[in-house]
Design a protein around this ligand. Structure first.
Ligand code: GZL
Ligand code: ZN
Length: 364
């Protein structure tokens, strides 16, 4: 089961240093702050081999304020907005931080330069949610040479684990396999003609979900993936790709959307084309993220299966910072656990059946 981060309502005046970035998100006036959870429990070995990260040099105490830079992917989805808010709530002035937050607008070059800017400012810690997995070795080496601990958060980088202090996030391959395993359970031997709306090109979330789902496709000889194109994790992208799919294919019965915003766009496109979907429709929609609106559509039976990826990850990042501040070693990898949800009336070994109570109990 997903670890529950018990939210403690602590309204705190929020100030944060915002650096010019394409889409700076506003800093909420007062928001409930998530307490840092207890240090992440020993986690199952995942992506990089489980090794105790080299104990990074705890930075010179910069007074009592800890300066943290966060190079965020962008503002492409509801999931991203929840993730951003969680970091701003956690690394707040009230909690003893000065957060330099930059929205890198899904632009890898901007993100690399943002990290270089953090290095020049000699921040105490740098968090990076990498837009893409490739192209990180050089700037990670620069941060290491500058003695600044780097936390790779949410998504993964395709770089040697010795180049950063720790990584944390969900297991995207497992998410893709959960979607596939649920589909096999639900179809119960029926044929599947599948269209996939992928996430942003080169993002580990895209690569992992695609790999995981295809692992299950390979186990089902009567399944065909008709096409797979990137919708860039946006609603507009999902609609555009679905519109092009509808022009090219007429015999599909499954659409896999690699996040909720793409699913909303795909539903708009199918509505316009008179194609029915959901538990009472012709097309099964599988989505990822399980954001509030995504789960509302799942509760309504429009999205049949929604695989969660928990955006409330800042507490884990703060746990790492606190341990480093105390001079303690940190885990090289922290898995953020998640689960899956299915429409009412569906029993599954792989997912929780949605109800209003489940929706009301969600933290985001
Ligand atoms: C997943 C995250 C993905 C979400 C999308 O951890 O990186 O990026 O699934 C977001 O909604 O755009
Ligand atoms: Zn933008």
């Amino acid at each position: 089961m997903k670890k529950k981060l018990v939210g403690v309502l602590m309204c705190a005046a929020m100030t944060a240093t915002m650096l010019a970035g394409c889409g700076n998100s506003s800093t909420p006036a007062t928001t409930p702050a998530e307490p840092a959870p207890a240090a992440p429990a020993e986690t199952q070995a995942a992506a990089p081999a489980e090794t105790q990260a080299a104990q990074a040099e705890a930075p010179e105490a910069s007074g009592d304020v800890v300066k943290v830079g966060f190079a965020q992917v962008g503002h492409e989805s509801d999931w991203r907005a929840a993730n951003t808010k969680n970091y701003q709530d956690t690394f707040s002035a009230a909690n003893g931080y000065e957060l330099s937050f930059v929205d890198c607008d899904n632009d890898h070059a901007v993100q690399i330069e943002t990290v270089r800017g953090f290095i020049e400012q000699e921040l105490d810690y740098i968090c990076i949610a990498p837009i893409q997995s490739a192209g990180w070795d050089t700037v990670l080496q620069e941060a290491q040479d500058a003695g600044i601990p780097v936390l790779i958060v949410d998504r993964a980088v395709d770089a040697d684990a010795s180049l950063y202090t720790t990584a944390l996030g969900c297991d995207m391959i497992a998410e893709g396999e959960t979607a596939g395993n649920w589909l096999a359970e639900y179809l119960d031997g029926e044929d599947a003609n599948i269209l996939v709306i992928e996430g942003s090109v080169g993002a580990s979330a895209t690569l992992g979900r695609t790999e995981g789902f295809n692992n299950i496709v390979e186990q089902n000889s009567n399944w065909t993936v008709l096409d797979s194109q990137s919708g860039d994790f946006t609603q507009a992208g999902g609609q555009e790709v679905m519109e092009s799919f509808i022009k090219s294919y007429s015999d599909f019965n499954v659409v896999v959307c690699q996040n909720d915003n793409e699913a909303y766009g795909a539903m708009d496109a199918m509505d316009a084309a008179g194609i029915t979907y959901g538990v009472d429709g012709d097309v099964i929609i599988i989505s990822f993220d399980a954001t509030h609106d995504g789960l509302q559509y799942t509760l309504d039976g429009k999205i049949t299966c929604n695989v969660e990826c928990n955006p409330l990850q800042a507490g884990f990042a703060e746990g790492v910072v606190q341990k480093l501040e105390a001079g303690e070693a940190v885990d090289a990898w922290t898995l953020v656990e998640d689960e899956a949800f299915v429409a009412p009336g569906i029993d599954s070994d792989y997912a929780v059946t949605m109800s209003q109570e489940v929706l009301d109990g969600r933290a985001y």
